[in-house]
Design a protein around this ligand. Sequence first.
Ligand SMILES: [Zn+2]
Length: 56
Amino acid sequence: MNCPECKGKLEVHRMCRRVRMRCTECRKEFQIHEVASELDQETEEILERYTAIIYD
Ligand SMILES: [Zn+2]
């Protein structure tokens, strides 16, 4: 999926107990709920591995 700001590629970025989506271009981080409506299949499968993590 792509960054809403610059259309760069977003990657899943895990920190301690949280998961963010981070843009590989502009380095901006997004909370999952901010981009939830745009999640693609690939990203959803990655996030499924983090089911214990709170989507804050
Ligand atoms: Zn970006």
